[in-house]
Design a protein. Structure first.
Length: 216
């Protein structure tokens, strides 16, 4: 049996940084982790149409900084920043922050645009999920994704479908490659994402690896 490791976790501290960056006392640690989980769950649902790629959370003594990386920042900001203010209020509600609290924590929201959405493993995987749920032929969907990613400037891409692929009675796995994906090279900048697609026949798991080149 091959021993697989998450490509992002494998490179943490080497070329990638943590998505949550803060320090907490042992008795407060579990509460902070739960808060982060609630925030990420909220952002994933709220900003689905904005093409959310990543949420970075940084905590300081009296400040919390949240960086949202999206492909369509206009959807997040809204007209005159109205959407951003609504999101900020909801974040404060989730964190139980009130104006009367003496230990007031200031929430700082920052929106960053993802310049090339076709090089994001998350957006590629979510596009395939939408196509499979809409009964689009899986092979055509994957091959189109391979061509788009390579045309965007990637060095290589690998896509794996597992489960009831194409409505098959028995679950199976299919892998598709284009270019090279050196998963065991630590300096290789590999974007990875996995997500399930609930099709009419059953679940199909989708994994996407995108190799963007080496970080020296």
């Amino acid at each position: 049996m091959g021993q697989k490791v998450n490509p992002t976790g494998f490179r943490l501290g080497k070329i990638f940084s943590w998505k949550s960056r803060w320090f907490a006392k042992p008795e407060q640690y579990s509460d902070k982790v739960l808060e982060d989980h609630k925030l990420r769950k909220y952002f994933n649902k709220k900003l689905e149409s904005a093409g959310l790629v990543q949420v970075d959370i940084e905590r300081y003594i009296s400040k919390m900084r949240i960086v949202l990386q999206v492909s369509r920042p206009g959807v997040v900001i809204g007209k005159g920043g109205s959407n951003l203010e609504d999101i900020k209020k909801e974040v404060e509600r989730l964190l139980n922050i009130s104006k009367d609290k003496k230990d007031q924590v200031k929430v700082d929201l920052k929106v960053e645009e993802v310049k090339n959405p076709d090089l994001s493993a998350r957006l590629v995987a979510e596009r395939i999920v939408t196509q499979l749920i809409g009964r689009y032929p899986h092979r055509r969907a994957v091959l189109q994704a391979l061509d788009k990613v390579m045309a965007a400037g990637a060095k290589g891409i690998k896509i794996q479908l597992s489960g009831r692929v194409g409505g098959a009675e028995i679950g199976r796995s299919e892998k598709y490659f284009k270019g090279s994906v050196p998963t065991q090279t630590l300096r290789a900048n590999i974007d990875y994402f996995e997500v399930p697609a609930k099709t009419r026949s059953g679940y199909v798991g989708i994994k996407v690896w995108i190799y963007k080149g080496e970080i020296v």
